[in-house]
Write a protein that binds this ligand. Structure first.
Ligand code: BGC
Length: 770
């Protein structure tokens, strides 16, 4: 733990500068707008430790992999979102001396991330080696209205001297990824141009030839009066800048406004990209800082109006949930179906910015409830577009006839992961992709999605499962051999209960989907059957045989679902038997020891119970929770939220709250001392789930919204909003009861605890002691 940030309801605040925390703060104070993002590095020079990170959604590099022992089927490359040219840089010289926070004396340093407005601020007083003192204030934001624009307001006030201040405002394309496998740089610069008042760089990525152009313009003001200063220009191969020098007297403030455009060939023609960057930056410049800021703040207000969660009586929890929601909204805005959500978003390089099952299993529920349906739809369409690649991926592993295995890690549909036990065996990810389709439809009622895109994906996935099982003549059952479940502390196990469960569910749901499309859209049905070459009777009779005869490991004595065959042969210990100083165990134990132990990295059987809760009675849920929770180490950030939801379900509110806290402040309090690598963006959606699905008990039951609210003892009240089939429902839970407002849409009928209530449009309902 490292609790150096102040608690506040809307802001993240760091007071005083400790270089030891700087890289964590660079992650925590990150900005993003769905189209691009960046760590909170400084505008001015900084010679201390920093991880410079500027990322553009969808621009990546296929870095050649490093593996110890090559295995057939491994991918050739690992895709990485690239650290892109840095456009925020402003070198500041005070009477010829470079302002560098690692070298001057600092006081009154405050860094603030205003989450309500989406603005990063910094202020400090610096004393230079010659005694000159300046007060500096910086503000920047990445517009969520014009997502190719970033803006900085940077001001310097001379506190105790008269002299000269110079600002060198630059774009630097000489950047590299820290995680480059062979220490290569991934960019070639095509064009660099610096003219009076503006500068541009176009760079292309090696291998895939993505083009990116960054442009900048600026204005200079002294005590609110615009200054016209002739700049000196630098135009080097990978670096362009304008330097302006101004006279300053004690007490005067000089402000530079820097406007940047950040364009990529995903959205612009390569031949026009520099012209377009000029246009975008000129428009931003013309609009001016205040207008850009105002429209940006208004757009954030709209986002918050739909997605905020309020918590009364617990500032730390309030700050944390807003931080999680803010980061999710910065990472993915759902306008572009080519984009997805990397586990670290735009805040660091770990996991390469690629897509994992995290998106479907964790992020989809968040976006379903807090955004327009198209936002989640685009996440589903992303996978639909990659179906052919998933089929090729399965073919590489020996499957056929349209069986699809979606990759564990991907950028464009091709597998990027290269550890056999995950790449080939952690196949449960396929199930999450099918489940997300079901989840989307039950939430939005957009059943037409099945005919348009969904069914193709479901068939590919079901075909994979039907080929992946083996019929065991010994057991007279179908079995699934050699898999890794969500718990990655077990590899190459037989009959992971979760994987077998989700595989069967997929084959059953695909049949329901067929039925629906046949009835609602017979023409499209015929077309799909033909395109997929689907022999309905033959294929579904095999699926049904598997459904009826699948082996699900179970411990007769405890009545608990077994995580996999043979789980009870392990020495049965619990997390409390471990010495906390040797946690996380993956940093202290050999892999062999981990594999032989009963310790569980993350929700596995419980992940299945969470997804298919309606199939199990309360006693079964309790039994399994009580068995698995003590053995689970939660060494993946994706884990505590699922346990928290189930703890709420079984009425263990204290455990639910304890696990909620662990996920919600994971990065803010740097529980695992790894915030410097980037934030746990995808598990932030899990934090949201632990409030809404956990404490709020929100479910969709038979097509209707249902709530079973509980409230942690420490809270006076909490509220959240859920978009559901055209309605926007605002739920407030307090010690006294539950209030529900039907804010948007027609009349809605909702189950609260066990009773059904109709809430007319624009009206509300209050139930005391629900
Ligand atoms: C987890 C996976 C997850 C990945 C990316 C791993 O530590 O075990 O379930 O997909 O991180 O978040």
């Amino acid at each position: 733990m490292n609790e150096y940030l102040k608690h506040d309801e809307w802001c993240i605040i760091e007071e005083g500068f400790n270089p030891e925390n700087h890289q964590s703060s660079e992650s925590i104070f990150s900005l993003g707008n769905g189209n691009m993002g960046q760590r909170a590095m400084f505008e001015e020079a900084y010679s201390g430790k920093t991880l410079q990170g500027t990322y553009i959604a969808g621009v990546y590099y296929p870095d050649k992999t490093r593996v110890g022992w090559w295995k057939n089927g491994y991918p050739e490359y690992f895709a990485k979102v690239l650290n892109a040219p840095n456009w925020i840089g402003i070198d500041v010289k005070i009477n010829g001396e470079m302002l560098d926070l690692a070298k001057c004396k600092l006081s009154e340093f405050v860094r603030t991330l205003n989450m309500k407005e989406g603005v990063l601020k910094r202020s400090f007083i610096a004393t230079m080696s010659n005694g000159n003192q300046v007060k500096v204030e910086g503000k920047r934001f990445l517009s969520i209205v014009t997502s190719e624009v970033g803006v900085i307001r940077y001001s310097v006030t001379a506190l105790n001297f008269d002299g000269k201040i110079s600002f060198n405002s630059y774009i630097d394309a000489d950047v590299k990824n820290e995680d480059s496998n062979y220490d290569e740089k991934f960019w070639d610069v095509l064009n660099a141009k610096s003219i009076t008042g503006e500068a541009y760089i176009t760079a292309r990525t090696k291998k895939l030839d993505f083009h990116v152009c960054m442009g900048m313009k600026y204005d200079l003001y002294k005590d609110d009066k615009k200054q016209t200063v002739v700049p000196s220009l630098i135009e080097e191969e990978k670096y362009v800048s304008n330097t302006v020098v101004v006279d300053i007297c004690q007490g005067e403030e000089v402000v530079i406004y820097k406007y940047a455009s950040v364009l990529s060939s995903l959205n612009h023609s390569k031949t026009e990209i520099m012209n377009d960057a000029e246009k975008v930056v000129s428009e931003a410049h013309q609009k001016g800082y205040d207008s850009l800021l105002n429209e940006h703040v208004a757009a954030w207000a709209d986002k918050w109006a739909n997605s905020d969660i309020t918590i009364e009586g617990d500032v730390a929890a309030q700050q944390a949930i807003r931080f999680n929601i803010f980061q999710l909204n910065q990472t993915y805005t759902g306008e572009d179906e080519r984009l997805n959500i990397g586990p670290k978003g735009f805040t660091g390089e770990k996991y390469g910015g690629s897509t994992y099952w995290d998106t479907e299993a964790y992020c989809v529920p968040f976006y379903l409830s807090t955004s327009r349906p198209e936002v989640t739809r685009n996440l589903l369409v992303y996978r639909h577009k990659q179906l052919q690649k998933a089929i090729e991926n399965a073919e590489k592993l020996g499957f056929n006839s349209g069986a699809a295995l979606y990759p564990m890690v991907t950028m464009n549909g091709e597998e990027c992961h290269n550890e056999w036990e995950i790449t080939f065996e952690e196949i449960h990810r396929n199930g999450a992709i099918a489940f997300a389709i079901y989840n989307y439809i039950r939430h939005t009622d957009d059943k037409a999605y099945l005919a348009e895109y969904g069914l193709d994906v479901l068939v590919g996935i079901s075909r994979f499962w039907s080929q992946r099982v083996t019929y065991s003549t010994a057991k007279k059952k179908y079995v699934m051999l050699g898999v890794t479940g969500p718990n990655e502390y077990e590899n190459n196990v037989n009959n992971n209960w979760y994987t077998n469960t989700i595989a069967c569910w997929c084959m059953s749901y695909t049949q329901e989907a067929f039925k629906y499309v046949k009835e609602s859209n017979p023409v499209r049905y015929e077309e799909i059957m033909k395109n997929l070459n689907f022999d309905f009777d033959q294929e579904t009779s095999r699926w049904n045989d598997i459904l009826e005869n699948m082996h699900f490991p179970m411990d007769e004595e405890t009545g608990v679902f077994m995580q996999q065959d043979g789980f009870m042969d392990k020495e049965q210990l619990t997390a409390s038997d471990l010495d906390p100083q040797f946690r996380p165990i993956n940093q202290f134990w050999s892999w062999d020891r981990i594999l032989r132990s009963c310790f569980i990295k993350q929700a596995d059987v419980l992940q299945g119970i969470y997804l298919f809760e309606e199939n199990y009675d309360m006693e079964t849920i309790k039994k399994n929770y009580n068995f698995y929770e003590p053995r689970t180490l939660h060494e993946s950030s994706l884990s505590p939220c699922i346990h928290s939801i189930l703890a709420s379900k079984i009425g263990d509110i204290d455990s639910a709250y304890e696990m909620y806290l662990r996920t919600s402040r994971l990065d803010l309090d740097d529980y695992n001392r790894e915030a410097h690598e980037g934030l746990h963006i995808t598990s932030m959606a899990g934090t949201w789930m632990s409030i809404v699905e956990g404490f709020g008990g929100m479910r969709v039951v038979n097509g209707q919204l249902s709530l079973k609210p509980l409230i942690p003892e420490k809270w006076k009240s909490y509220s959240f909003k859920v978009r559901f089939r055209g309605n926007l429902v605002n739920v407030r839970v307090s010690e006294e009861g539950v209030g529900v407002i039907n804010e948007e849409g027609e009349d809605i009928s909702i189950f609260i605890v066990d009773d059904e209530y109709v809430i007319e449009k624009s009206s509300s309902l209050v139930i005391e002691h629900a």
